[in-house]
Structure formats: C-alpha cells, structure tokens
Unconditional design. Structure first.
Length: 190
C-alpha cells in the first residue's frame, strides 16, 4: 500500500508523488520497488495507492481515496486496508526515491512473529511510512483509534509489537523521504 495523498505544503502544494527524481516520478520508483520485491521471491498480491487518481499509474494498481481527502496517514491506511487481501502489507510513502526491491523484501522478511517491521534511522526514530505490517494488526489498530481522520501513524500503531530494522548499507537509506526542495536536491545528488 502506497500512501500518496497530502498537501505537500513545504513543496508549494505540488503533487509530490509525481515529482521526478533523476527523471522518474517518486511514486513510480516506489511502485517499481514493490513490483521488484515480488519478483525477488516475496509475494505481492495487490498494489494499492491511496490518494487521488493520477495518470500514468500501471493498470494493475488499484487506487482508493481516503475520507476525507487529505485526512492524514491513519485515514489513508484505513481506506487502503479495505482493499487488502494479503496477510501482510507493505506500507510505504510515495515520496521515497531511494526505496528499492531489496529494502521492501527486507521489511517483509523481518516481521517474524511481530505485528510489523519498520526501518529506524540513525537517531533511532521509527520510519512508520517505510514498513511492513500484519494486515489483521493494522485493522485492529484502526478499529481501536475510532475515526481515523486527523490521526497520526504514531497513534495508529501505538501498542503494536514493532520490530525495528536498521539499514546498514552505504548511500541514501530507503526511508529517505522528500518533503522540501532541499530534500529533492539531495535525492538528485544521491
């Protein structure tokens, strides 16, 4: 599930997932990573994009809009979960230009007996929009928080058993997201 909503205020309201990095829209990079993880042995049953319908997405991608539009990440997760049929779902932001198939496969393989697995940055902060989750655990979490609009990912996953995964490779980490023009410039340089 790729979360592709939001207002991108720090980017002047541009359609952030469609902003290119090295000539390729960020959402296309994330979708390629998901599809690549499926070819690498992980099971990818469905690819769901939560956010407005966009031109150029593969026909195999299912699109759903959170309610209300722009209602935040918990609302987006709730909307996307309605389409998920798999036991495990990768939950990814659409603005991860360095995400690759190996990173997605790492997350899917790291869950084990946990409710989910997320990358953590060098400061130990969980990257909640770069993870993999047991679908049932996320559905239970959505039910627990009530109306999801305006709720944070932190509130949604509070109380879940989360495995923290460190990315030890050199270069830009897969959870690096682009919120500002400086982030975009750094992504282009990497």
């Amino acid at each position: 599930m790729v979360l592709a909503g939001g207002a991108a205020r720090r980017l002047g309201g541009r359609d952030k997932p469609m902003v290119p990095v090295a000539g390729v829209p960020m959402i296309s990079r994330v979708l390629a990573a998901v599809h690549g993880a499926g070819r690498g042995g992980s099971v990818v049953e469905d690819v769901i994009v939560v956010g407005p319908r966009r031109d150029g997405l593969p026909d195999s991608v299912r699109v759903v809009q959170e309610e209300p539009p722009g209602g935040g990440p918990a609302a987006a997760v709730a909307a996307g979960l309605g389409l998920v049929r798999a036991e495990v779902v990768a939950l990814l932001a659409a603005d991860l230009p360095h995400l690759d198939a190996r990173a997605v496969a790492t997350l899917l393989g790291a869950i084990g007996r946990h409710d989910g697995a997320v990358f953590v940055d060098d400061d130990g902060r969980r990257q909640l929009l770069c993870g993999a989750w047991r679908t049932a655990a996320l559905k239970d979490a959505v039910g627990r928080i009530g109306e999801p609009a305006g709720k944070s990912m932190r509130a949604l996953v509070d109380g879940l058993d989360v495995r923290e995964v460190r990315w030890g490779d050199a270069g830009a980490p897969p959870y690096f997201d682009c919120d500002t023009e400086d982030d975009l410039r750094n992504a282009e340089r990497a």
